[in-house]
Design a protein. Structure first.
Length: 145
């Protein structure tokens, strides 16, 4: 009985050792392609070269040149979620919307238009947020169940 247990233990250990050796061998062969680029630290010279290449890229456009930079923006919080709306030239645009926990977005009409809407729903509850532009391009909203 003891001999059988000793043979089983020896066989198990030999199998575990063989699997470990095989795994290490496979990782040595395939390690670089699996882990991506080189696994070495950059020298100071390589760091300077990478930084010089990064600073040679064209600059991103400034925020002032983006469309809607002069728009009036308002964050609207409701039980169903939050909406970020902006008015410009009498038209409203929903810039983003995020449902509250337990809610999801059923439908969204982000504009630009005279009226923009987003519907939040949770089970049988549905909330429709309508946003329009008041005089002076100020976003105003109503929430309808």
């Amino acid at each position: 009985m003891r001999r059988r247990l000793l043979l089983a233990l020896t066989g198990w250990l030999a199998t575990a050792a063989a699997a470990t050796v095989a795994g290490v061998a496979v990782l040595n062969v395939l390690g670089a392609p699996l882990s991506g680029a080189a696994g070495h630290a950059l020298t100071p010279k390589e760091v300077r070269a990478e930084l010089a290449a990064a600073s040679a890229r064209p600059p991103l456009p400034s925020p002032a040149s983006s469309p809607g930079a002069s728009a009036r923006t308002k964050v609207i919080s409701t039980p169903g979620g939050s909406v970020v709306a902006a008015c410009q030239d009498g038209l409203v645009r929903l810039r983003s919307w995020s449902p509250a926990q337990g809610y999801s977005v059923d439908d969204a009409e982000p504009g630009p238009a005279s009226k923009a809407t987003v519907e939040f729903e949770s089970g049988d509850t549905e909330l429709k947020v309508e946003v329009r532009c008041a005089p002076g391009d100020q976003p105003v909203h109503t929430v309808k169940p």
